[in-house]
Design a protein around this ligand. Structure first.
Ligand SMILES: [Cu+2]
Length: 71
């Protein structure tokens, strides 16, 4: 399953690396890709093992805001 999140606090490429790394370290996340210019965060995950709430919390714990978005 794939979900889209959005963050407005990405200011440099190291933010991207940090968010992708923390998401990929989660059990149940198979891939994470952050688009720097749009703040779009694409996450492929197994909903049986991890929830979108956990995805959002993980990004917040890494120091960035995040919301689930429909587009
Ligand atoms: Cu940064």
């Amino acid at each position: 399953m794939k979900t889209i999140l959005r963050s407005s606090e990405l200011s440099c490429p190291s933010c991207i690396a940090k968010i992708e790394k923390s998401l990929k370290s989660l059990d149940g996340v198979t891939n994470a890709r952050v688009h720097f210019t749009t703040g779009r965060i694409e996450v492929e995950y197994n909903p049986d093992r991890v929830s979108t709430d956990v995805l959002v919390k993980t990004i917040r714990d890494a120091g960035y805001n995040a919301t689930v978005t429909a587009f």
